[in-house]
Design a protein around this ligand. Sequence first.
Ligand code: 6GP
Length: 845
Amino acid sequence: MVTITKNINSNTSSNKNTLDSAMLKVRIEHHLSHTLGDIIINNVIDKQCTETKKAYWHATSLALNEVITEKLNQSQLRQSQSACKSVNYLSLEYLMGRLLSNNLHNLDLYTITEKVLKSLGFELADLCEQGADLALGNGGLGRLAACFLDSLATLDYNAMGYGIHYQHGLFKQHFADGHQVETPDMWREFGSPWEICRPESTQLIPLYGHIEEVPQADGSTETKWTAGKTLKGVPYDIPIVGYNSSTVNALRLWQCRADSAFDWDKFNNGDYLMALEQQVHAEIVSKVLYPNDEHAAGQELRFIQQYFFCACSVRDIIKRYQAQYGALTPAQSEHFSSKVAIQLNDTHPTIAILELMRLLLDEFQFQWQDAWQLARKVFAYTNHTLLPEALEKWPVKLFERVLPRHLTILYRINEAFLNEEVNAMWPNNDNMRRALSIIDEGGEGNERKVRMAHLCVIASHKVNGVAQVHSDLVKSDLFPEFNQLWPKKLTNVTNGITPRRWLKACNPLLSALLDSEINADWAKELTQLSLLSNKADNADFQQQFMQIKHQNKVALTKEIKALTGITVSPDAIFDVQIKRLHEYKRQHLNLLHIIALYRRLLADPAMEMYPQVFIFGAKAAPGYKLAKDIIFAINKVADKINNDTRIHDKLKVVFLPNYRVSLAEKIIPAADVSEQISTAGKEASGTGNMKLALNGAVTIGTLDGANIEIAEEVGNDNIFICGLTVDEVKALDQNGYNPTDYYHNNEEIKACLDWLDSDYFTPGHAGALSPIKESLLAGGDPYKVLADFQSYSDAQNKLNVAYQDKKRWARMAILNTALMGKFNSDRSIEDYIANIWQLTPVSAN
Ligand code: 6GP
């Protein structure tokens, strides 16, 4: 048992900050001159130049970090003294965005920092822009992890996030003649002020090599693994600052290095490049985030990334346990699982299960049953998608080569599961064994594969989906047999978003209005916003609310101009679709409707229509051809429409490049309409839908994911629902869906698709946009774009009419903000705590 001698000074551990403006100014200047080296040249500071602003941003971040690190130390001490249970969130992705503004808001230091910087001649908002986004994720799954960390710290829970310290996060995107072009993200080219390297927690990770059965004295055999290679994991901690709480937790990101950086023998023999070989190979492991959203990458390097990060994290979890409670022995099993929860964010961290088992068996001398029981109490798994292409399966051969010992453990888990649990429920039933086995035998010509999701379900005590309809489908369609076997294991936790980043920090004007209206800390207790419902019809309040929306639209108008050169009017409807580009999210349904509107306007220039600007933001996975074709098509159609004077600016289309968290923070406060038009049953939850509605955008959407729960909250009068339901989509599939029928029977659909085939949008290049039409006709339209077109177009018409009734629209917008309380990620976290993790909060007060 480790004795803790340090004492907590209650003054510094509370959620009140003692930092005053004089002290802050001294610290900023100190960091400028001492840590960063003075950037004053010839006694003159050019406050407009980017380098100066970057230096001040850096110095301000470092000054703030002193407060944060102190709180981090205090939190860790308090958490360890209270011996509370902790959750370890394992995720290959964290889409953190920028940290300065958020940390200042969460520490309630934004206003004084703003004043101090003003006295130094800078605008804080302007300096915040200098920070790089921490884009260590692709989309929803990674951003959810970031929101959850914020909530865990805000609610004073003991939590550690674990992930990879990617050298390059998600690629940057720009457009060349309408095509997506990717360039590397260099978020920490010159270091990051937010991370603390922890060399003392370095881990050595074995892989490759061979196994042998070693006879034991009692006649049994033991499997011995001799690794062929060792990697070194060096952790970097990024502090996670709770909002108005006493807690700062950490996100621990592992960087991969070679065990020995340099081969002196080779160097001395003159082979300088080969001397570095090991280092180069090792560093590749944490070099870059795979840019695939909801698509399993299937490459050896990705597999090693997964293993590397799981192995580092599990060892670290055990090490921290031992530091606090002493040796981990089989007798401590119960105790361990009462102190440690491990959450698997999708199947990407599945190998953590095998690594924990391996450590317990091979290094801590646990018996199989003890180890397995412990693992099953500790792990829980969140499923984020039903898309078959995202469900990970790794070739058995790859496992065998890279992790031979883990594979033997996996086989044993599978054998016990099939022979005991499956056989007890379905005696001698080979079909059931085949369906539930962790190994997909592959059939003729196909290789054997490991179904990672099956291992997750078998080893976890809880499995959750991320919105009610998704969790229901997980039970009924994805894992029906598992649900029969363990009816209580599968459950739902509806996603949420942090109102700190997604309202308080990103929408200061609306936040100020809410502060004046709501007599509570609404950024913590978001359900308090429902009090606004009383004011939804109040003319003064409507005017204030919509005036703020207008100001935010003016700001976005400038951003659009700066980024694309396109002029849009803030008086038009701002209709926003921001999310990864994927066929199931149906940006091409939006596009098809835009083309239809354009056609209608050309046919009847006097057509009654309130001006509408369609705003897109989306990155396509670099290898996803059709997604890139859709981006190209939107850009080409936008070019044509935006420059066509015949339609008198009634229609504009903008594709903002390089969509990311910090750009979302600018778009969301300015949105009137939120596009959530995935094919029913395909979007597990969505979280952009929640962010947009919270900022007063009205949803046009399908009955999919969390849209259903949003509709329940705001009521059907305050949302535009369209499209097929989950059951209708299933019925279409069962009865044979024929998109060509829609093409032939709907004159508008036909005209729009044929138009895409011509060279109208790509002069001189007929056929350049044909892949979209092909995917919708010959390709079978797997996501039912044509089936939903009419319903979507009708809903758009209704929406356009509704917007012209200013009072009605203001009421809808206000009610959307007012009724989003359920979607606070604090509520999601409390659901995880109550149903899955069973933690108790520890605060200083
Ligand atoms: C996403 C889901 O598509 C989205 O609906 C959900 O809101 C989000 O996860 C958070 O739960 N899934 C992914 O991003 C993913 O990569 C494997 O799933």
